[in-house]
Design a protein around this ligand. Sequence first.
Ligand code: UD1
Ligand code: CA
Length: 450
Amino acid sequence: MNVVILAAGQGKRMHSSLPKVLHRLAGRTLLAHVLATARSMAPQRIVVVYGHGGEQVPGATAGDDIRWVRQEPQLGTGHALAQALPQLDRSQPTLVLYGDVPLTRRATLEKLRDAAGEGVAVLTVELDDPTGYGRIVRSGEQVLRIVEQNDASAEERAIREVNTGLMILPTARLERWLARLGNDNAQREYYLTDVIAAAVADGVPVRAAQPAAAWETLGVNSKAQLAALERIHQRTVADELLAAGVTLADPQRIDVRGALVCGRDVAIDVNCVFEGRVTLGDAVSIGANCVLRDVRVSAGTRVEPFCHIDDAEIGANCRIGPYARIRPATRLAEDVHIGNFVEVKASEIGAGSKANHLAYVGDSSVGRNVNVGAGTITCNYDGASKHRTVIEDDVFIGSDTQLVAPVRVGRGATLGAGTTLVRDAPEGQLTLSRAKQTSVPGWKRPEKKK
Ligand code: UD1
Ligand code: CA
């Protein structure tokens, strides 16, 4: 089939300088959601009709498979589809999607395709309040025409079955129907909906199909609708996680903006955000209020509350946080402990090593069974370039130590508390830099003069 995505409209009610279809739901643009659905149908061609917001829309959208068609000015949905016609394979049917209707499922589109057969099918829903939508005028199974709100009689306005806008049409005939469209209506627009009556006049059957859930056809016209759809989408994702055996402290309080893949017996506390691709191994637990982006966590690891982990690999049976920040290009082996107010960046940390309190480990290679004391800082930046710190296995670093990179601490070395390390520390020895401690006997505190 061909897929045409109509995305030229303005979206006035978003009150934004960003074109409507570039607003994000679950971390992706509305258009990206529709494109993903379109691609799931394995179409021969995908055409996106854009207009309002100009080149921003193609500029922000990835895909070599997209044929972009600019509609300028925007004279209605029928006019929009007519602009796409030259790009379509006339031997294949055309599926029309809206760029601002992001949550339609493949199963629903398959149902629509099956309903169409060689003819036309329109996706419809029954609404308690159909105000604003085109109404479906039927005779039994056959759809006769669609009448827009502003052109409808009182009797037609009472119809609760509405046009979602999504439809499938035979392309060669569509071309003839579009050529005949006029704009003699309340909005002075070329209505795509008028092709329905044209199809019926040509003796082509027009059927209606319904989605599994009405929200699949909801569009975004305002920030309120965007927020509502975000919640619907997140609840669907949460239900899928629950169905797969993940424990969620509250399925209303999780946000997945990408792909979250979980093993068995994973538990996620409230208010966590997962972005990009996150994989949680068996028996991983994530505490409340964590943000994980592009992270792989191996089995048995516990992430305590309030951690921020970005582009990292966390080994098995680690303990992270509370209040840990793990930044890009970090790799932790198994049994690593990263405690509160510890920041790790672009570093590998070996098995069994610990940095439990108040530390910065950046651009470092840390071996196995290393203890990084509280207040330890790798001074990786000299104001111009970054340098690496190497800490070998079994090193013990006393509290409040600065390692001025590039520097190496040899295997089994101990650094005394308060050391500022500017040269390599030899293995197995105690290294410390510290002013000698003195006590002054008989010294008295100064007193205020009376
Ligand atoms: C349209 C339907 C209506 C249906 C409703 C569902 C028509 C005439 N009416 O109404 O029956 O109930 O959708 O939401 O089709 N667009 C363009 N170029 C244009 C105009 C619109 O690309 O010139 C795009 C918009 O970006 C949007 C879609 O087409 O994605 C629908 O446009 P919109 O203005 O929302 O249509 P409605 O008037 O609400
Ligand atoms: Ca609309």
